[in-house]
Design a protein around this ligand. Structure first.
Ligand SMILES: CSCC[C@H](NC(C)=O)C(=O)N[C@@H](C)C(=O)N[C@@H](CO)C(=O)O
Length: 659
């Protein structure tokens, strides 16, 4: 008998990672993560999925994390990272697709990640953090020991960016690319002595590529004087195994150039380009560099591209594109011609078989956790390969999801998702929760969320509205950029107009409406509190309370563009966009939640908001997570989060239809 979905279900889902397909297209390797909630621990194992859909076979059994499988071009091995007995940190392992014992390839003092194979299947490449002045392992180990033995824990900072997300960047280590010999395990820092490094933010396989002949590394680096102050990520080509300086391939562009991938013949490099500085949501264009110059392939596409991947024919490049509520994989020809399916699901992480026409990718939607599918000639429809969650998904009684077009700020068309409770009866009156997304330049696509999952909220008996308000991604660049310099006004108007839309429905109980949001969505909670009393309760997770206080964020450069001014040049402008300015109006009971390791919206923002509400006598409660960052990622904490959030909503707007 199907039943409503619960927060526990989010931890019962087996979380499937990006597939890697065998060259002959017969198998896909994936990482599958399962969670032991009582132990608060995750474990990842590798599985093989037959692309004829006939079977799924577990390949690794060692407890812990076996991560990021990559199939070798000759088909003989699958590389992955794992921390096993005797390893200080994760190392590179290989395993035969037929199974058996995995073999440790690397023995590095650091933990490599972001693996890629060389075209000859003899070399693996990986990202690892090291000190620029410790070229060998002995030097690294000595420095590592010395750092750990230091009694003084004080950190002296003279960099612009010194921490990112939840990691301090003050130990002097920087991410670089290593080459690792698969047979002997010898590792070499390919960037030793070149003075550049990968961006120290979330370095990974997308930040570099190696030419098919193994003679050149192309990596993302930043040669500007102070990349924190004036960022300019560029692509650099560096000879491997011979002397040579890195050559800047994208010096003509002052903004960000990223995600290089060599064409199968090695003659060109596909990559992504932004042209507006200080704007993280600038449209990412798909570019092609022929060794001399670059040209854009998506000039007529008013959408942002990510994750470029060559098709083996060398004539097309696949990119992921957010488009009006869905993530689509678009195939872009070298002449700029494009093709993308218009399915009502989202698709990501495609990998192509080398020797046959076969693409394997992840499909997901609001109703379906990431699931592996294959598509190739002879298949009328994409074929489902993974079945880890079939039974669980079948056990859920999910409500209907609708996409509606409303008139938002300035009467402009704005898209909103509406989630109905599983037992929705339009003859009854239901409480409403407006769930406001973060960013602000994110969009809510039809994807399965493991944190803010609207279906879980709808299952509690709420109608849930999710507005892709002005500023959201996936609706064109002008829409994304339409809140620059005025972060609050249009998104507020959109949420209010969306709430009018709901209020006009006979099935909404106007007296039982609440709003909830995280990060920028949390900003919108405090902003709503200063501007309206129509909601009976708010939930504010990791919210930006004051844009003055965001000077303590890990990312500071760029806010002058977002907010329209540097604070010292127009303090009033920053103040006008800060929710704090409207504190005199605060009346709405608010649950505030925040994590200590949140460097994006520092935890003091949560304290400021909570303390203000408390001093004013507005009902409030603070849920503090000492071991979480901007997001709540641990199962036990996530269950507390949901218990507190749902408890708060129930206290002020109840749940289910009005009796
Ligand atoms: C496209 S992600 C948003 C990035 C944004 N960057 C900066 C420099 O502010 C950001 O981190 N915004 C947060 C305040 C936020 O709203 N985060 C969202 C999205 O990651 C969240 O849901 O956590």
């Amino acid at each position: 008998q199907p039943r409503p979905m619960t927060p526990e279900d989010l931890w019962a889902v087996k979380r499937v990672g990006a597939p890697s397909v065998s060259p002959d297209g017969k198998w896909a390797a994936v990482e599958v993560t399962t969670w032991d909630v009582p132990k608060d621990e995750g474990s990842s194992q590798l599985w093989l999925l037959a692309t004829d859909g006939s079977k799924q076979v577990q390949l690794t059994h060692t407890p812990g994390k076996n991560a990021g499988p990559k199939w070798s071009p000759d088909g003989s091995l699958i590389a992955f990272t794992s921390k096993r007995a005797g390893d200080d940190g994760a190392q590179v392992y290989v395993i035969a697709p037929a199974g058996g014992e995995a073999r440790r390839v690397s023995d590095m003092p650091m933990s490599p990640s972001g693996l890629k194979w060389g075209a000859d299947s003899k070399t693996l490449y990986a990202v690892a953090w090291t000190w620029p002045d410790t070229p060998d392992d002995a030097g690294y180990r000595a420095r590592d020991r010395a750092e750990k033995e230091k009694k003084a824990k004080a950190v002296v900072i003279d960099a612009t960016v010194y921490r990112y997300w939840d990691r301090w960047l003050t130990d002097g280590k920087r991410p670089v690319v290593f080459g690792i010999d698969v047979a002997g395990g010898k590792h070499t820092n390919l960037m030793a002595g070149c003075k550049l490094h990968l961006p120290p933010y979330e370095p990974g396989a997308d930040d570099y590529d190696v030419s098919p002949d193994g003679k050149e590394l192309c990596f993302v680096g930043d040669a500007s004087k102070d990349p924190g102050l004036d960022p300019n990520a560029d692509l650099f080509a560096l000879p491997i195994g011979r002397k040579g300086e890195p050559r800047n391939l994208t010096a003509d562009n002052a903004a960000s150039d990223t995600s290089p991938v060599y064409s199968p013949d090695g003659k060109s490099i596909a990559f992504l380009r932004q042209t507006t500085k200080f704007f993280y949501a600038d449209r990412r264009r798909l570019m092609l560099h022929d060794g001399e110059k670059a040209r854009e392939l998506t000039a007529d596409l008013d959408r942002s591209c990510s994750s470029p991947r060559w098709l083996p024919d060398g004539k097309r490049i696949a990119v992921e594109v957010e488009d009006a509520g869905y993530v689509r994989i678009a195939f872009v020809g070298l002449d700029g011609k494009r093709f993308a399916d218009a399915t009502k699901v989202s698709e990501r992480s495609i990998d192509f078989a080398r020797d046959v026409r076969m693409g394997v990718y992840l499909r997901n939607s609001f109703d379906e956790p990431p699931t592996v599918f294959a598509h190739g000639p002879g298949m009328k429809e994409p074929r489902q390969l993974s079945h880890f969650n079939d039974e669980l998904v079948k056990s859920w009684k999910l409500g209907k999801v609708e996409s509606v077009a409303i008139k938002g700020a300035d009467d402009a068309a704005v898209q909103m998702w509406v989630f109905y409770p599983p037992d929705f009866d339009p003859a009854k009156k239901w409480p409403l929760v407006q769930m406001v997304h973060g960013g602000p330049h994110n969009g809510i696509m039809s994807e399965f969320s493991f944190r803010w999952n609207p279906q879980v909220w709808a299952a509690r008996g709420y109608v849930v509205g999710v507005v892709n308000f002005h500023g959201s991604s996936g609706f064109g660049q002008a829409f994304t950029d339409s809140i620059t310099g005025d972060y609050g006004t249009k998104p507020l108007a959109d949420v209010m107009r969306a709430t009018d839309w709901f209020e006009a429905k006979p099935w909404i109980d106007k007296n039982r409406m609440a709003a909830a949001g995280g990060s920028y969505g949390g900003y919108m909670m405090a902003w709503l509190n200063g501007h309206t009393d129509r909601f009976k309760a708010h939930v504010c997770h990791a919210g930006v309370y004051s844009y003055h206080s965001q000077m303590a964020s890990d990312v500071v450069s760029g806010r002058q563009r977002a907010l329209g001014a540097f604070p010292w040049l127009d303090m009033e402008k920053i103040d006008r966009q800060s929710a704090q300015r409207f504190a005199a109006n605060f009346k709405t009971p608010t649950l505030v939640l925040h994590g200590e390791k949140d460097y994006r919206v520092p935890v003091t923002q949560g304290f400021e908001y909570y303390n203000t509400l408390r001093q004013k006598g507005v009902p409030t409660r603070l849920v503090y997570f000492p071991d979480e960052n901007h997001w709540v990622l641990k199962p036990q904490n996530a269950l507390v989060w949901h218990r507190e959030v749902f408890g708060w909503l129930e206290r002020f707007i109840g749940r289910g239809p009005t009796p």
